[in-house]
Design a protein around this ligand. Structure first.
Ligand SMILES: [Zn+2]
Length: 306
């Protein structure tokens, strides 16, 4: 079994046809490895932008790609076709799903296709590495963060160049790779369900009358004695989460209960946390206030109906 680690660079540009912004792919970089993660081959291609004729200054600085270099690049469909032949039957890997979303967006724009022809089996390397490192599951681990956590020397890596980022992803994978732990992460990417899941946009529910919310989601227990606490005052919506004061009749303690509802493809994720009253009074920004509190987070298994 071979694996291909793909990384893309893109330029955010306005499309008159779409009447909106799109991420136009300007570079493919990939490395092919065998199942011992030995490099078999590499692939590199610049793509000539057709929607945004020139790349933005930000992308130019970030990638060091110039408009002159891009002028000699392939057309998107040519790059896709070469990549497809080069990739063969390999399992595709990307760091996070945003490269796959960009491929879907560009395929739809340039050839009206909703499917990526070479995508049959897929691994989200970011997810694999997060799980292997037991990374905080409320956060996403960037490639650089992962490399730092794994003690990887990045001195020779040009960040935000497709080939170098795919090589860096490979170095991270090498530190954590065990064949038997990777196998469950290989997804069948040839199904409608795969595309539905990957294109699903997480929503935050800001309406307490939503039928997915259960009464028990809004209940809080006292941190000191474990008994059910009573709400004092109304729920308030702040920073896309609900908060209210609670009082424990048993031990007299007061706290603020906070709950947030995220609707993901797999179901509703309820994140609850208890904040000390004092912290709340200072109205700290969301992330700072989260630090001293214990967070409970659970996922409801059932697929919600929208
Ligand atoms: Zn109590």
């Amino acid at each position: 079994m071979n694996f291909v680690i793909l990384d893309l660079e893109w330029n955010g540009t306005y499309s008159r046809r779409l009447k909106g912004f799109m991420n136009e792919i300007i570079e493919f970089g990939a490395v092919k490895v065998d199942d011992g993660l030995r490099v078999v081959d590499t692939f590199d291609a610049l793509v000539r932008p057709q929607v945004g004729k020139k790349i933005s200054g930000k992308i130019k600085t970030l990638t060091n790609i110039t408009n002159e270099e891009l002028a000699d690049g392939l057309q998107f469909m040519q790059a896709m076709s070469r990549f497809r032949k080069w990739m063969g039957e390999a399992v595709l890997m990307t760091w996070g799903t945003s490269d796959i979303l960009a491929l879907i967006e560009n395929s739809r724009y340039f050839c009206g296709s909703e499917r990526i022809p070479f995508l049959r089996q897929y691994v989200d390397l970011q997810n694999y590495c997060e799980q292997m490192l037991h990374y905080d599951d409320t956060k996403q681990m960037g490639l650089s963060t992962s490399a730092q956590l794994l003690g990887i020397n990045e001195a020779d890596i040009a960040h935000h160049r497709a080939m170098d980022d795919s090589m860096l992803s490979l170095r991270c994978l090498r530190k954590l790779y065990k064949k038997e732990t990777l196998l469950p992460f290989i997804q069948n990417a040839g199904t409608d369900a795969f595309y539905e899941k990957i294109t699903f946009k997480t929503m935050i529910i800001c309406d307490l009358s939503n039928p997915l919310i259960k009464r028990s989601d809004m209940m809080f227990h006292c941190e000191s004695c474990g008994r059910r606490a009573f709400r004092e005052g109304e729920w308030q919506l702040k920073n896309k989460s609900y908060r209210a004061g609670f009082f424990c009749r048993h031990c007299g303690s007061r706290f603020v209960g906070r709950v947030q509802f995220k609707l993901k493809y797999d179901g509703l994720v309820v994140k609850k946390c208890v904040l000390p009253c004092k912290e709340e009074d200072k109205s700290l920004p969301e992330n700072t206030a989260e630090l001293p509190a214990r967070i409970t987070r659970f996922k409801r298994a059932a697929r919600p109906l929208l």
